[in-house]
Design a binder for this molecule. Structure first.
Ligand SMILES: Cc1ncc(COP(=O)(O)O)c(C=O)c1O
Length: 416
């Protein structure tokens, strides 16, 4: 079964979790002075509207009509009950997922790419530069820039650039240009941190250029809350009150934040982050101030971090290979409002294939991390006999990740 809201039920304001956090967020620090930064420090990178959203404590932020007009071309997204998976598992749990794979780029990423392009165009930006890991964010921003008439330059982690030619082609089809990163070290497979450094260096040397980030920052998570807001309404249509547990994979934390932040005030709802054991930010790393990029050009953020020079192994879930986690997600984990687990790659692909063979659709490797945890929660519910309601974010499809599936199906995949 699926629940689809009519177009006019799209949320018209984003939910700001800041007033509901268990403790105040620690301010970002200037990379050189290590003093709290102000709006002027961020102005070379972002438009003022987004800087304002980064620090706002308003409980709701209105979504501009022009942004809603674009979001409505695929939103509200369906809420689907994974009944065939439930039956295959023999679980009394009811499993629901919010299908963010139906966007033009195939993931949740356009939910923030569209407003970021909109606000930049409104303040006279002509060109945006960004990083991309697996290519999902780069394609979402390229699509959004095409709609708002902006030039777009994408620095793509070299390992993905080589493994995933079709994501590059998508980005180019929407009119953006792509360059493998790190630009100054062709022998390196690259990392998201290094690609952010390339993009930041680019915008400070180009006229009327700004930087756009696909995750981590407060305004990005804010834009993604449309996912959870719609899901809350759709669960009611499905006859549920609230979910017992919400599960999302966590790279920088934007799809996880999107589905879970509107439920933070609902004390009984458990929140679970899922990450790869190859990049165990929330499960193993210390909480500290660290740079968002490898070269140390960005402000220092208070977050769980593996260190800004962390070089992850080339696991297939490129979108989950970031050294840090959003300050908002880190805050929730640090103060016990959210839990985190990590899984190795082979177990993740076992779950991805089980999902594809029951529900039919093929998830992105990132999304499959959430599915692994969903299956384990549903099996635990079977053990205990609990009728748990599980909600998860189906953050993207895996139709351009078939090389990873090929490796898995033919015994070439390892856990590292
Ligand atoms: C399909 C999909 N899910 C999840 C992620 C992880 O990012 P975030 O933690 O910001 O949701 C990505 C990142 O590229 C992705 O492509």
């Amino acid at each position: 079964m699926r629940w689809v809201l009519p177009e006019d039920r799209i949320p018209t304001a984003w939910f700001n979790v800041t007033p509901h956090l268990p403790a105040p967020l620690q301010p970002p620090l200037h990379p050189v002075t290590r003093e709290p930064i102000g709006p002027d420090d961020l102005a070379p990178l972002f438009p003022m509207a987004l800087i304002g959203q980064e620090v706002t404590t308003d409980p709701w932020v209105d979504i501009p009509g022009e942004v809603l007009d674009v979001l409505r071309s695929w939103r509200p997204t369906p809420l689907v009950r994974a009944e065939r998976l439930e039956r295959a598992l023999g679980t009394p749990a009811r499993i629901y997922y919010k299908d963010e794979s139906v966007s033009p780029a195939g993931s949740h990423k356009p939910n923030t790419a569209v407003p970021q392009a909109f606000y930049n165009r409104g303040e006279g930006t002509a060109r945006l530069a960004t990083e991309t890991g697996a290519g999902q964010w780069g394609s979402a921003l390229a699509y959004s820039c095409a709609l708002f008439g902006l030039e777009c330059k994408v620095y793509m982690v070299r390992a993905s650039f080589e493994q995933k030619p079709y994501r590059r082609v998508m980005i180019e089809t929407w009119g953006a240009s792509v360059e493998p990163s790190p630009v100054d070290d062709p022998a390196s497979p690259g990392s998201l941190g290094a690609a952010i450094s390339d993009a930041v260096r680019d915008v400070v040397t180009h006229e009327r250029s700004h930087y756009a980030l696909g995750s981590v920052l407060n305004h990005v998570l804010l834009h993604q809350t449309v996912i959870g807001l719609e899901a809350k309404e759709q669960l009611q249509l499905a006859g549920e009150r609230l979910p017992d547990i919400i599960i999302g994979c966590c790279g920088g934390g934007s799809n996880l934040g999107g589905i879970s932040l509107p439920f933070v005030p609902d004390a009984g709802v458990e929140l679970l982050a899922v990450e790869p054991t190859a990049c165990p930010t929330l499960t193993k790393a210390p909480f500290d101030y660290d740079f968002g990029d490898t070269a140390g050009l960005t402000p220092l953020l208070a977050m769980y971090t593996l260190g800004h020079d962390f070089m992850p192994s080339s696991i297939h879930a490129g979108g989950l290979r970031y050294h840090g986690a959003a300050p908002i997600i880190s805050n929730l984990v640090q103060h016990g409002r959210m839990r985190a687990v990590a899984y190795p790659q082979l177990k993740v692909f076992d779950a991805a294939v089980q999902f594809a063979r029951t529900q039919g659709t093929i998830p992105a490797p990132e999304t499959a991390h959430a599915i692994r945890a969903v299956i384990d929660e549903a099996l635990a519910a079977k053990e205990s006999g609990e009728e748990k309601v599980i909600l998860f974010s189906y953050s993207g499809h895996g139709l351009l990740d078939l090389g990873a599936y090929d490796d898995y199906l033919h015994g070439r995949m390892t856990d590292a």
